[in-house]
Design a binder for this molecule. Structure first.
Ligand code: NAD
Length: 496
């Protein structure tokens, strides 16, 4: 499939192209990636069919074709998985030395690295994200997370000085579709390093790399039942949450479901961490390095099709530089390539599902009917599959729904401000508090802003940078608890 670059001047853009040009396709080879027709549940170290024999398909969002079928786990299957995890916990894992646990976690990290190309291709096929992101972000970070946590396994006495860290038990872990392998790594790695066993459920639209991880774990020689992976939708997740045998629930997903989970575990002994939605402010001051800031805005909202909980979806630009920033932003948007996720030239891949495409399109209608000015790049998009052009809304106020609700797509709402106090008030005026970005030449302004912004992660003069050593998590309705860094170990230990 040839991915077309922009041909002519787009409305509102200063960029023009004299000639019609396009990149030659540069598709990543899929020869080294194998996909089975059907995946069973991974329970007790074996692949077993679901009790009721039900399966559901996962669709490639770029082609709308079925990739494979996945088992739909019901409460009986979840019960089997929790029992397997409990047995592994009691028999082996909680008794094993940290040094030996660490060796297993290291081995998983190494094996992910060895199969990085295969994981990257499968992630792009199943989730729709560009191969550049799967290859350069998701898979290396997943391996890095296992490496990092492996290092803690025999050092918990130093992590928690003068305390005795005991594992919590069986962790039920539920993850979303935007970073399927990476979210699995964020959940499994710290749990195992601290001596817990797990039952993990990937999202129903992206179960493929989790099941590949199950194959890898089976080959790694990890004791049977330490990691169990069950597939299914919300009912499967609810069965994990409500099972009396799970001691800790770790959830990443929408704020709506997070609230249901919080009610479900209230009054039980279960520990809970919630990583939920966001509507991050990306703030550009007049003294910012404008070209870098524009690149940061692009990276902040169009990266991974905007399927990022910490996406910089609310842009605040200081009034004196607003025209310049918006002009440069539109020009840069014109150069973005939307298309085949497996093409190495692609900047923006496919929207994860038909349902999510519908949600994004609904917000494009809402923004226009509320009177905001919509701008989309003029790039071509494939005729088949779920795709959206990079979009921004101007003339937006705080009350516009596109500026206040999480869209989870490549849609940016732009507002201007005059003073630090004004932008602080606007940026904090949201029920969310996951992340934010600040762009300025002044260190003092960075410290002033980062102290007052109510967000768990704040980037200064960069955006969407992740590292396993750095804790990640939210304030307010973006959830509680941290993943990554030493803080990411706390939810998986009881301290004496
Ligand atoms: P979602 O809440 O619909 O689903 C997340 C997971 O929960 C899926 O595996 C789903 O099957 C499961 N689930 C659904 N209903 C359930 C229930 N009643 N009980 C138990 N499990 C249930 O979210 P999504 O649409 O898959 O993901 C997008 C959302 O995730 C966005 O809001 C995004 O901001 C958020 N997210 C947050 C972070 C973070 O770290 N804060 C990271 C990624 C995504």
């Amino acid at each position: 499939m040839a991915t077309k670059a922009p041909k002519a001047k787009a409305p509102g853009s200063a960029l023009t192209f004299d000639t019609d040009w396009s990149y030659a396709p540069a598709p990543e080879s899929t020869d080294h990636a194998s996909v089975r027709e059907r995946y069973d549940l991974f329970i007790g170290g074996r692949f077993v069919p679901p009790a009721k024999g039900k399966y559901f398909p996962s669709i490639n969002p770029a082609t709308e074709k079925k990739i494979a079928e996945f088992a739909e786990a019901d409460a009986d299957d979840v019960d089997r998985a929790v029992r397997a995890a409990r047995s592994a916990y009691d028999r082996v894992w909680s008794k094993m030395s940290g040094r030996d646990r660490g060796k297993y976690v290291y081995r998983i990290a190494r094996m992910i690295q060895e199969r990085a190309r295969e994981f990257a291709v499968l992630e792009s096929l199943d989730g729709g994200k560009s191969i550049r992101e799967s290859r350069d972000v998701d898979v290396p970070l997943a391996a890095a997370h296992f490496f990092y946590c492996a290092g803690w396994a025999d050092k918990l006495d130093y992590a928690f000085p003068n305390r005795k860290a005991r594992p919590v038990g069986v962790a039920g872990q539920i993850i979303p579709w935007n970073f399927p392998l990476l979210m699995a790594a964020w959940k499994i790695a710290p749990a195992l390093a601290c001596g817990n066993t797990v039952v993990l459920k990937p999202a129903e639209t992206t179960p493929l790399t989790a099941m590949k991880l199950a194959e890898l774990i089976a080959e790694s020689g990890l004791p049977e039942g330490v990691v169990n992976i069950v597939t299914g939708a919300g009912a499967t997740g609810a069965a994990i949450v409500n099972h009396p045998g799970t001691d800790k629930i770790a959830f990443t997903g929408s704020t709506g479901v997070g609230k249901i989970l919080q009610k479900a575990v209230a009054g039980t002994k279960k520990k809970l961490t919630l990583e939920l939605g966001g509507k991050a402010a990306n703030i550009i001051f007049e003294d910012a390095p404008i070209d870098q800031a524009v690149e940061g805005i692009i990276n902040g909202i169009y990266f991974n099709q905007g399927h990022v909980c910490c996406a910089g979806s609310r842009l605040f630009v200081q009034e004196s530089v607003a025209d310049r920033v918006i002009r440069k932003l539109k020009d840069r948007m014109e150069t973005l390539i939307v298309g085949d996720p497996l093409d190495k030239n692609t900047d923006i891949g496919a929207i994860n599902s038909k349902e999510q495409l519908g949600i994004i399109n609904k917000y494009l209608d809402i923004g226009q009917s509320e009177g905001a000015e919509m701008y989309q790049s003029s790039c071509s998009i494939p005729g088949r599959g779920y795709f959206v052009r990079p979009t921004l809304f101007l003339n937006v106020s705080q009350s516009h729904r596109v500026a206040s609700e999480e869209i989870f797509g490549p849609v940016l709402a732009v507002q201007t401000f005059r003073t630090e106090a004004e932008v602080l008030e606007k940026a904090n005026n949201t029920p969310y508090g996951l992340s934010a970005g600040v762009w300025t030449d002044k260190g003092s302004k960075i410290f002033n802003m980062t102290r007052r912004l109510r967000a768990g992660v704040i980037w200064a003069n960069t955006y969407n940078k992740f590292d396993p050593t750095s804790p990640f998590g939210g304030f307010k309705e973006s959830g509680f608890g941290r993943e990554g860094g030493l803080h990411g170990m706390y939810p998986y230990v009881n301290l004496d």
